[in-house]
Design a protein around this ligand. Structure first.
Ligand code: ADP
Ligand code: MG
Length: 253
């Protein structure tokens, strides 16, 4: 994608849970190669926004355009097939399996309905292809040395990177990361920042929900700030930090 291309356009998306408007006509865009942070207090509607974009939840109203095509009505597996990948706030893994196998599952599940059904339908050549893809993505983000370790034995930092490697299988154009720095030590955070910058350098676009303000301010090109389901403001980290409404509502100063 060329710089300046809009990868993701979120247009007045809304989600009602009964009488509660969890996401209230939120709009923003992500340009190719941008890292955008989605921030706001607990309950602001960040996770719901993520789920509306990825098709995990259906929208009450509004539209999502991904690389120019309307994905508003598509189920999540079709959206992921088109090149949008995500990680979850809580690491999903099979602890007894190796890191490589766990990442390969990302290639299996990609565009498939369920892990088990897709594994049963998968032949030997396909399995080889997925293992190779998993290895490629692990090496891409400096995780090659962990390939044959048992996933359950990993520290939190490598666990988060394993999740990112899995999301990278099949080369998505947009990554959505849900609190990738949660539970990480300072050094692990620095490693994560390096990986995010590297991916950005390779043309990846990233949407990041993250509570760690230092990391967000450091790595994001733009921030989208939510409060009570609404968009409080958007701008560069410097603009957002200087915004009195943000300071009052979020930074508590
Ligand atoms: P955040 O991720 O910013 O902490 P959420 O998107 O999880 O916020 O939640 C936004 C609001 O929507 C909260 O008030 C939450 O309680 C509510 N909410 C989230 N999911 C559901 C659901 N499935 N049913 C009802 N209310 C929900
Ligand atoms: Mg959340």
């Amino acid at each position: 994608p060329a710089a300046g291309d809009v990868v993701l356009k979120v247009d007045k998306i809304r989600k009602q849970f009964g009488g509660l408007t969890a996401v209230n006509d939120i709009s923003f865009e992500i340009q190719a190669g941008q890292i955008v942070g989605l921030i706001g207090p607990n309950g602001a509607g960040k996770s719901t926004t993520f789920n509306l974009i990825t098709g995990v939840l259906s929208k009450t109203s509004g539209q999502v355009l991904f690389r120019g095509s309307d994905i508003s009505a598509l189920p999540s597996r079709d959206i992921s097939r088109q090149g949008m990948a995500r990680t979850f706030q809580h690491v999903k893994m099979i602890p007894d399996m190796t890191v490589l196998e766990n990442v390969a599952l990302g290639a299996y599940t990609r565009g498939q309905s369920g892990v088990l059904s897709s594994m049963l339908r998968t032949n030997r050549a396909e399995e080889q292809r997925m293992m190779k893809e998993a290895q490629r993505q692990l090496e891409r983000i400096g995780m090659g040395a962990y390939m044959h370790e048992q996933a359950g034995n990993l520290a939190m930092g490598p666990q988060r990177l394993m999740e990112i490697a899995r999301a990278l299988c099949c080369d998505p154009a947009l990554l959505l990361l849900d609190e990738p720095a949660a539970g990480l030590r300072h050094k692990e955070k620095q490693g994560l920042i390096q990986v995010l910058r590297q991916l950005q350098g390779e043309g990846m676009s990233i949407l990041l929900v993250e509570h760690d303000m230092d990391l967000v301010m450091d790595v994001c090109d733009e921030l989208v700030v939510m409060e009570f389901g609404t968009l409080l403001t958007r701008g560069t980290p410097a603009e957002v930090q200087a915004n009195p409404a943000v300071r009052a509502a979020y930074l508590g100063t």
